[in-house]
Design a protein around this ligand. Structure first.
Ligand code: ATP
Ligand code: NCN
Length: 196
């Protein structure tokens, strides 16, 4: 059975942590599909097209290049169940899907669209996130909704898109993404991130 990791992100902007996660997934799965999406629980500062372009740059910046990682922007949907339907149309039924989330999303996930339908069709891979406990009560709730949970043996850096948007944390983004942000004059309405 081919194992496919599905990793969706708001990518507003995509961060060095997303890159570390993608690298790890590349080592542990046959294939890694990544996309930028809108999140129904958030407002986004940058149009989806820019977020998708930045995610492309993040993936292209991986050294050495990972042949099993692809930006599959066509999978994008605010509802991950719809993403999974598109993935099934693309890859068929003879593959297994692991849906990748950071530990911060454990408590939010029960509110996702038709979450029980989603969880019965994927394995859930939880990536530990600095500053967030692995919420065992939340995991139990997800298991009751049908989740099969695995925890990734991975330490992602303590960076976030919010830290870039709000504080211009340049450690949060990779140089090609930062260059794109400056070229396209993104994230300028609040305090612009200083150039490094
Ligand atoms: N540093 C990190 N460690 C572990 N998981 C992470 C980390 N950053 C993001 N993730 C996970 O990657 C996915 C996409 O994250 P997202 O694009 O929301 O980044 P974010 O930094 O949390 O964004 P924001 O600050 O805008 O909420 C989510 O499942 C999130 O939990
Ligand atoms: O399906 C849902 O209802 C749903 C609700 C919230 C978030 N998601 C997805 O979860 C992924 C991670 O979101 P984010 O904002 O934490 O990067 C992204 O692909 C979102 O589209 C999906």
């Amino acid at each position: 059975m081919v194992n496919i990791a599905l990793f969706g992100t708001s990518a507003d902007p995509p961060t060095a942590a997303h890159q570390v996660i993608i690298n790890w997934l590349s080592d542990h799965y046959d294939y890694v599909a990544v996309w930028a999406s809108d999140n129904p629980f958030k407002s986004h500062q940058t149009p989806l097209e820019h977020r998708s372009q930045m995610l492309r740059l993040l993936i292209e910046g991986i050294e050495p290049p990972r042949r099993n990682v692809t930006l599959h922007q066509a999978l994008s949907s605010p509802r991950t169940l719809e993403t999974l339907e598109k993935a099934r149309e693309h890859w068929g039924d003879q593959v297994s899907f692991s849906l990748v989330i950071g530990a911060d999303l454990i408590s939010q996930m029960p509110r996702w669209y038709q979450i029980d339908q989603l969880l019965k069709q994927v394995e859930l891979l939880v990536v530990p996130r600095p500053g967030y406990e692995i919420d065992e009560v939340g995991l139990e709730e997800l298991r009751k909704l049908g989740a099969k949970v695995a925890i990734a043996d991975l330490k992602a850096p303590a960076v976030s898109s919010t830290a870039y948007r709000e504080n211009g944390d340049t450690q949060a983004v990779t140089p090609p993404v930062e260059d794109y942000i400056h070229r396209e004059q993104l994230y300028t309405c609040q305090d612009a991130a200083p150039r490094r």
